[in-house]
Write a protein that binds this ligand. Sequence first.
Ligand code: FES
Length: 108
Amino acid sequence: MPKPQFHVIVCTNSRPPGHPRGSCAEKGSQEVLMQFFEELQQRNLFEKVLVTGSTCTGPCMLGPTVIVYPDGVWYQRVRREDVPTMVTEHLMQGKPVERLRLPDEVWG
Ligand code: FES
């Protein structure tokens, strides 16, 4: 198996209902993760891109969060419908999807 060119991390963390921080899971991150797998399969990108779910990555209120390495690009409020564009533009063409980027100011 060749070393992947990209690692996509989808926060799939969940918390109990009513938790003040909420979670990416309650906002649909599992569907986002599944859509990434579907897109990779359809486009035969499994050797180029590794996709994994993760526990909390920090900015829960802006989830679901997705991170793409080695670029260090963070995405916010990702929906299942956004995934085909992310795969085409970022993972295939090398251009991050600006409208979904998590702004650096979040890290204050
Ligand atoms: S639960 Fe996803 S960033 Fe915290």
